[in-house]
Design a protein around this ligand. Structure first.
Ligand SMILES: [Fe+2]
Length: 283
C-alpha cells in the first residue's frame, strides 16, 4: 500500500546479494565509460553523494548527503505515479525513484525505470545547486501545466533536457540526461554516432518536437550551461507559449529547421536501419 503521495518505504534490508551485485555491475560499467563524456557536475555529484560505495544505495544515507547539498530527497514509489503527484514531489524537492533493480536479462533494455536509472541517472545532478533549482522549477511548471492542459508540451522539455540532454563544452559536447548516462549504449551513441541530429536548445522549437520512447533519440538538444537552461525557463511564463503552440503542427523527430543551430546534422542512418523507423513520431 502506498500513502496518498504514492511513496513507499525503500526497505533497503530486503535487497538480495544478487541485486546489490547487479547495481555494482551497472555502476562499474558506467563509471569506466563516463569520464570525458559526461558533464563534470555529474561526476562531482557521484562524489558528493558517495554513490561509488558498493551495493544499492540506502535512501536514508543518500538523503542525508543530498539534503545537505541542495535540500533534495529521494523517495521510493512502486512504479509510475500520476502526473500531479510527480510534479508535487518535484516542486517540493523530492525525487521519486523506483526501488526495484533490473534482472540480468534486462541489463540493456528496460521498459520501466528501475533504481539504477532513477538513482544513478538522475540523482547525481540533484547535488548540483543550479540543476537542483531547475528540477524544482520544472515541478512548479508541471503544476501550472496540469491546470492549463499543457502537460504534453511541458513533458517534452523534461524529455529533451532531464532525460536526454546534451551540454556544450567548448568545441565538444557532453552528456547529462539521465536516460543517456544510465545507458551504456546511448552514452556512446548520443555523442559519437553520426546518425542523430544535435541542435541548439530552443524552448519553443523543442516543445513542438516529438520524441522517441522506443529507441535511441533521432535528435538531441544541446544547452550552453545549466545556468542558461535555468535562466531560460525559470523566469518564463509558459502560458502564452502554450497558447501560441495550441493547434500548431508537431515537428517530426528528425526535422531540421532553417533557424536551428546545428552542431551536427544527423545522417539518420541508424534510425533508418531499424524496423520501427517511420517518418512520423513514436511518442
Ligand atoms: Fe528518468
Amino acid at each position: 500500500m502506498h500513502k496518498g503521495d504514492w511513496t513507499v518505504p525503500q526497505e533497503w534490508h530486503l535487497y538480495r546479494a544478487d541485486e546489490h551485485a547487479m547495481w555494482d555491475r551497472l555502476f562499474e560499467r558506467q563509471a569506466r565509460l563516463l569520464p570525458g563524456r559526461v558533464a563534470p557536475a555529474f561526476l562531482e555529484g557521484l562524489d558528493i553523494l558517495r554513490l561509488s560505495k558498493p551495493g544499492i544505495p540506502d535512501f536514508a544515507e543518500l538523503n542525508a548527503r543530498l539534503m545537505d547539498a541542495t535540500g533534495w530527497q529521494v523517495v521510493a514509489v512502486p512504479g509510475l505515479v500520476p502526473d500531479a503527484v510527480f510534479f508535487d514531489h518535484l516542486a517540493n524537492r523530492r525525487f521519486v525513484a523506483g526501488r526495484f533493480i533490473r534482472r540480468p536479462d534486462q541489463i540493456d533494455y528496460l521498459e520501466e525505470p528501475d533504481i539504477f536509472h532513477d538513482v544513478f541517472g538522475h540523482v547525481p545532478l540533484l547535488a548540483n545547486p543550479v540543476f537542483a533549482d531547475y528540477m524544482a522549477a520544472y515541478g512548479r511548471g508541471g503544476q501550472r501545466a496540469v491546470k492549463l492542459g499543457a502537460i504534453e508540451r511541458l513533458a517534452r522539455l523534461y524529455w529533451y533536457t532531464v532525460e536526454f540532454g546534451l551540454l556544450r563544452s567548448g568545441d565538444s559536447l557532453q552528456i547529462y540526461g539521465a536516460g543517456i548516462v544510465s545507458s551504456f549504449s546511448e552514452s556512446v551513441f548520443a555523442l559519437d554516432d553520426p546518425s542523430p541530429n544535435r541542435i541548439g536548445f530552443d524552448l519553443k522549437r523543442l516543445m513542438q518536437t516529438r520524441y522517441r520512447i522506443d529507441d535511441f533519440q533521432q535528435t538531441y538538444f544541446v544547452i550552453d550551461s545549466f545556468e542558461d537552461l535555468l535562466a531560460q525557463t525559470i523566469g518564463t511564463d509558459f502560458a502564452p507559449l502554450y497558447q501560441e503552440l495550441a493547434g500548431s503542427t508537431d515537428l517530426d523527430v528528425a526535422t531540421i529547421l532553417p533557424g536551428d543551430t546545428v552542431f551536427h546534422l544527423g545522417t539518420q542512418a541508424y534510425a533508418r536501419s531499424r524496423p520501427t523507423h517511420s517518418s512520423g513520431s513514436s511518442e
